[in-house]
Design a binder for this molecule. Structure first.
Ligand SMILES: [Zn+2]
Length: 416
């Protein structure tokens, strides 16, 4: 007889996957339907050719996502009901035991899943991104990135897994609380070491050169009462022509990083406005809120795992014949996203509210008109669609649609 949880799992997986495909299909249809003309508010800012490029790019990318959803669904079924985890368990258990077994099992799942994703990742970078002129990566750089990521996964992943599996075995009933404390500490540590130890493995960071740009930015920082331990330019252009700016670190270890591609595209007042938006995320405490939310969610999930770990129906329902902590961890992280996808609009909703607040902050401390100019240039340059499907947007977009952001900013423009 099929266990009841198997039915629940398969039904949830099929529904979630079909729903995700339907969202992408709707999005594609919506973008295509608006391909013929630049939307009203943008007609004098964006050319028809750019608008159509953005539509085609969106459609092409959505297609690869649909393929990706299909692969993900099959791979998940393969690991669970298809017997993949049972087989890997048998292989690891034949040669290893204790913590070494657990680490081997989890890393095995991670590396095999990454290998399955690889062809599509290559297609995305060297076919889709290249077709629109965004790819700047050479195959050699792609391979060296992959090797560095794998090495990092081992150097960081092995000790973390050893610690987590040990805590799960040694701390009794309340292990999930200890794992949670460890997890929070580990995340804070990574946040702290990322800018100085990890990011430089992948990119070169050079101090922002003196000049008009730097003077402007320092004035903005002073105006916003912001301290940081440096302004840097990152060679983002070696991978992609998409531009960006971001903050890393926390406390006095904060760094502001500009992609060289962003500095090339935007005029100094526009860059100032983009940075003011990023400062807004700090000043309005979004960064802290997001971190607190992530910690609270991980506590809830670890508690839930604590309830499932000794339940035979959890393993049997997912087609796994053995029962241990490493298998429970793997199953949990493979299966949880199937059940949490319906809640993703909650996360996007919060994130969009934060974006509006950061825009308002930028309008107050820099210039709304400059931010609008910067946004239009970035949308244009990144071939981001101006006409997303509203329902797709609700599930997937962390940023409000361009038209809404710009409409709000225009209201806030100070008279010249
Ligand atoms: Zn933002």
């Amino acid at each position: 007889m099929t266990p009841a949880f198997t039915t629940v799992f398969v039904a949830a997986l099929v529904l979630t996957s079909l729903f995700r495909v339907w969202l992408k299909w709707r999005h594609t249809r919506h973008v295509r339907a608006h391909r013929a003309a630049v939307p009203a508010g943008f007609a004098d800012r964006i050319g028809l050719a750019s608008h159509q490029k953005a539509a085609d790019y969106t459609v092409d990318r959505s297609r690869t996502v649909i393929i990706d959803i299909g692969i993900e669904t099959l791979v998940l079924l393969g690991w669970t009901l298809g017997g993949g985890l049972d087989a890997l368990h048998a292989l690891c258990a034949a040669h290893l035991d204790g913590l070494a077994y657990g680490v081997a099992l989890i890393l095995g799942v991670g590396f095999i899943s990454a290998a399955i994703d690889l062809p599509l990742a290559l297609y995305r970078q060297f076919v889709v991104e290249a077709r629109y002129g965004f790819n700047r990566m050479t195959p050699a750089l792609f391979l060296s990135d992959l090797a560095k990521q794998a090495a990092l996964a081992l150097v960081i992943g092995v000790p973390v897994l050893l610690a987590v599996l040990w805590l799960m075995g040694a701390m009794g009933e309340g292990w999930w609380l200890y794992v949670w404390l460890f997890w929070c500490g580990f995340n804070l540590l990574i946040l702290f070491v990322w800018p100085t130890w990890i990011a430089p493995l992948f990119n070169k960071f050079s101090p922002l050169p003196d000049g008009d740009m730097k003077t402007r930015i320092e004035a903005l920082l002073a105006r916003c009462g912001f301290r940081s331990s440096g302004l840097f330019v990152m060679d983002g252009s070696k991978r992609s022509s998409h531009g960006n700016a971001y903050f890393t670190g926390f406390g006095d270890n904060k760094r502001i990083v500009f992609f060289d591609t962003l500095l090339d595209k935007l005029a100094p007042p526009e860059i100032e406005a983009v940075l003011a938006h990023e400062l807004g995320h700090f000043r309005r405490r979004h960064v802290v809120q997001r971190m607190a939310l992530a910690f609270a969610t991980s506590l809830a999930f670890l508690w839930l795992l604590g309830q499932l770990i000794d339940a035979p129906w959890f393993y049997a329902g997912l087609g796994v014949g053995s029962q241990n902590t490493a298998l429970a961890l793997v199953l949990f992280f493979l299966v949880v996203p199937v059940f949490t996808f319906p809640f993703s609009p909650l996360g996007s909703q919060l994130s969009r509210r934060h974006e509006f607040e950061a825009d308002a902050y930028a309008a107050e401390h820099a210039s709304a008109a400059d931010l609008v100019r910067a946004l239009v240039k970035l949308y244009d340059d990144n071939a981001a669609t101006l006409t997303p499907d509203p329902l797709h947007s609700l599930f997937h977009d962390s940023h409000p649609p361009a038209a809404q952001r710009i409409a709000r900013l225009q209201v806030m423009e100070k008279p010249a």
